[in-house]
Design a protein around this ligand. Structure first.
Ligand code: C2E
Ligand code: MG
Ligand code: MG
Length: 565
């Protein structure tokens, strides 16, 4: 059909894509360049062709029937068009009735490509409802989901579970390896979490290292199974760059309807339960119990009492002897913090140290421990008791810029030779802060202080770093010693650590030795030193001193007997 010349300048001037469609046979009579671009077709391939060739049936068919019947004049609608290559483009379309030069009625079809606008809307929606880092639902969407699940559960008289998941010591990863690394850990963790859930469950990120999971239609048992699956999944090391690390998590669980009716109540109660896990050593799960709100108060009371204890000098140190396998002598004393509160009684370090680490109080407490242990070791030396004092160091303490000078000052004040002080650091402290840690360890090694990795085997270590760190000792964690000599995997792990120590020229110390069988196995494997209840628990300084006359150079074989009585 001949092109109606006067239309061209008019429609060419428009930004939107325009088709002129004959009213009688719905064929295309004219197009502008923008329409050719949108439909990916040349002008010749459009003109004279039925407009329905570019429509995406079937709903479009009825639209064009309405158009032909004069019912769609001026109506703006969203639809899709089919391009010449078969691809589909979302568009917005308005049809206006016009009369052509030849007097025939026609339609001016104005089309706007919606691809970009829809993508932008989708992005806005994603931003509004999703966490940009992990792509998981954010707090807003989480609330909507909880409300949806709550309504469904209420109607169906079913329960559902809300799990509050918090990564253990994630702040240390972030602070030491940097936020970018921390972000990658979070993304990897989010993937693991998703892998543990069913399609109908929700995993959301509240921010930081906090995740909330909503488990649809589950009871206590179902929640427990998922919590266990999560803990096991996170227990598999993550490989990021050349670091292999394990990020454990603490999980608090609240059940609807027993533990709360609203999203706020459920989240708060699951959070409270999660805190209980942290207090009891992390890497576990717990159900919300009504009295845990009281425990929160107890926590605050404990924190107050701890501050008071520090001010009033209520902390004490016990010393656990460490024995050398070859000489049979006590060669070391691990300083273990003890606290008896007037009202609360004896409080084990496993309970108050995590709290002190969270509040930062571990810094002055740790400083007191360091000075006290160093002064004690110096006093012993003056009286002929020549032992290395081992002091446990928390991550927070180790990372402080004034830590190395404080160690140097303690040594100088007491006159203790640096080699008679050993600092025990955990694997996580070293690996999370690898670059910084190396510098700090070197500074300590230059002072002449000995360095040990405590609880070796429970954290994550990179062999590459172990080799570079100026470390002197590995302390095999008591949990691996416990199964000796029968347990095959403990057996293999301990043997491997002893061999690793030998290969890296490090001394190996076994902790938690409680039985003669364990001691014998360790000795035969080539372990260098041991400590544990078999020989002695941590004891007061005077009791520690009394251990000495008992030991002659050949006394090693007698040690277990001495301890049994
Ligand atoms: P750790 O450094 O691994 O200390 C060894 C823990 O094992 C001590 O518990 C000790 O009493 C216990 N133990 C020793 N021999 C045996 C045994 O044969 N069997 C069993 N089952 N346990 C044994 P404790 O004193 O309760 O200390 C627990 C943890 O608290 C320590 O683990 C250490 O991580 C931390 N800690 C203790 N004192 C300090 C301190 O002054 N500063 C810091 N930062 N942490 C400390
Ligand atoms: Mg220790
Ligand atoms: Mg230990």
């Amino acid at each position: 059909m001949e092109y109606p010349a006067p239309w061209q300048p008019l429609i060419e001037g428009l930004i939107e894509s325009v088709l002129v469609v004959d009213c009688l046979d719905l064929s295309i009579r004219a197009v502008n360049r923008s329409a050719c671009r949108l439909l990916a077709a040349a002008e010749n391939d459009l003109i004279g062709h039925p407009v329905l060739e570019f429509a995406a049936p079937p709903e479009d068919l009825s639209f064009w029937e309405d158009v032909a019947a004069g019912l769609a004049d001026g109506v703006l609608s969203s639809t899709v068009v089919r391009r010449a290559d078969g691809s589909i483009v979302p568009v917005e379309r308005r049809v206006s009735r016009v009369i052509l030069e030849d007097g025939n009625p026609a339609f001016l079809v104005g089309i706007n490509d919606l691809t970009e606008r829809l993508a932008a809307n989708k992005r806005i929606e994603e931003l509004a409802y999703h966490d940009t880092l992990t792509g998981l639902p954010n707090r807003t969407l989480l609330r909507e989901r909880i409300e949806f699940v709550r309504q469904w559960s209420a109607r169906a008289e079913k329960s559902f579970a809300l799990l509050f998941v918090d990564l253990d010591r994630f702040k240390q990863i972030n602070d030491s390896l940097g936020h970018l690394f921390g972000d990658r850990v979070l993304v990897a963790v989010a993937e693991r979490i998703k892998g543990c859930l069913r399609q109908c469950d929700t995993a959301a990120r509240l921010g930081g290292d906090e995740f909330v999971l909503v488990l649809h239609d589950v009871d206590e048992r179902g929640a427990e199974i998922t919590a266990q699956r999560l803990i096991a999944a996170l227990n598999q090391p993550l490989a990021i760059d050349d670091l292999s690390l394990t990020v454990t998590c603490s999980i608090g669980i609240a059940l609807y309807p027993a533990d709360g009716q609203t999203a706020d109540d459920l989240i708060r109660n699951a959070d409270t339960a999660m805190y209980r896990v942290k207090e009891h050593g992390r890497a576990d799960f717990r159900f919300y119990q009504r009295q845990t709100n009281v425990d929160l108060l107890a926590r605050m009371r404990l924190d107050q009492a701890m501050r008071r204890a520090l001010e009033q000098g209520d902390f004490r140190l016990h010393y656990q002897p460490r024995v050398d396998f070859r000489s049979g002598r006590i060669v070391g004393a691990e300083a273990l913090l003890r606290w008896r509160d007037r009202e609360l009684g004896d409080i084990p370090p496993g309970r108050f140290i995590p709290l002190a680490e969270d509040s930062g109080l571990i810094i002055p407490i740790g400083m007191w421990v360091l000075n006290e242990a160093v002064a004690q070791a110096a006093a012993w030396r003056r009286r002929g008791i020549d032992v290395v004092a081992a002091v446990n160091v928390s991550a927070l303490q180790f990372r402080r810029a004034d830590f190395v000078p404080a160690v140097a000052a303690a040594l100088q004040q007491s006159g203790l030779p640096p080699a008679a002080l050993e600092l025990e650091l955990t694997e996580s402290v070293l690996m999370q802060d690898a670059g910084e840690a190396l510098l700090r360890l070197r500074a300590l090694a230059e002072l002449g202080v000995q360095l040990a990795i405590d609880d070796f085997g429970t954290g994550y270590s990179s062999l590459a770093y172990l080799k570079r760190f100026p470390i002197h000792k590995l302390k095999i964690d008591g949990s691996f010693v416990a199964g000796l000599p029968e347990d095959g995997s403990d057996n293999a792990i301990v043997t491997a650590v002893v061999n690793l120590g030998r290969a890296l020229m490090l001394e190996v110390v076994a902790e938690g030795v409680e039985t003669e069988g364990q001691r014998r196995f360790l000795k035969n494997t080539g372990c260098d030193q041991f400590q544990g209840f078999l020989f002695s628990p941590g004891v007061e300084p005077q009791a520690f001193e009394r251990l000495f006359p008992r030991l002659s150079p050949r006394a090693l074989e007698a040690i277990p007997l001495a301890c049994r009585v």
